[in-house]
Design a protein around this ligand. Structure first.
Ligand code: IMP
Ligand code: MG
Length: 181
């Protein structure tokens, strides 16, 4: 597994420190308000589970899944809803919790979809932001880290369902996806 990772971009400690800061900021901003964290499956489950444990604000959680990747490293731009929310978003303060915003196609789709369903408010929290890959503008309210335009795995993020369990975030060795071509 180690040779699959070119370099460690963010250590477990760096991630924990930043997630704690984000949780505190979110708790402060939503003080006295209801809050539903909408986590995007599957990549953001680890981030969500750490984030809620650092929050001192009651919050509901729900899940949504959109897909644009289909096992490739680059985005097709064609996004489809794979799984919808379980609860109604009407009248709720929704905060989308995402692992990484790359081209932005997925978040653009989710924002458009959720905003038509009468939430009280709708904001975006992403652990990672890869601005160099952006194709559509995305308003980001909470951002963990800005990273270079490289394909990363770990802390929930995968390549073909592998590496999600790594406790750190690393750059995937390009040989791993070159081998498949
Ligand atoms: P976008 O639609 O291009 O912004 O991509 C959004 C989704 O693609 C993210 O939520 C991830 O699931 C996946 N993704 C984008 N970049 C990476 C990466 O570097 N590593 C792993 N998954 C990624
Ligand atoms: Mg994702």
């Amino acid at each position: 597994m180690k040779k699959d990772i070119l370099k460690v971009l963010l250590t477990k400690e760096q991630i924990q420190k930043r997630v704690k800061e984000l949780a505190r900021q979110i708790s402060r901003d939503y003080q006295g308000k209801d809050l539903t964290l909408v986590a995007t499956l599957k990549g953001s489950v680890i981030f969500l589970s750490d984030l809620i444990r650092f929050m001192n604000h009651p919050c509901a959680i729900d899940f949504i899944a959109a897909s644009s990747y289909r096992g490739q490293v680059t985005s097709s731009g064609v996004v489809r809803l794979v799984m919808d929310l379980r609860e109604s978003p009407v009248g709720k303060n929704l905060l989308i919790v995402e692992d990484i915003i790359d081209t932005g196609y997925t978040m653009d789709y989710l924002l458009k979809n959720l905003s038509t369903r009468q939430p009280k408010s709708l904001k975006v929290c992403t652990l990672l932001d890869k601005p160099a890959a952006r194709k559509v503008f995305i308003p980001i309210d909470y951002r963990g880290f800005t990273i270079p335009n490289e394909f990363v795995v770990g802390y929930g993020m995968d390549y073909l369902e592998k590496y999600r369990n790594l406790p750190y975030i690393g750059v995937l060795n390009p040989e791993i996806y070159r081998e498949r071509k």
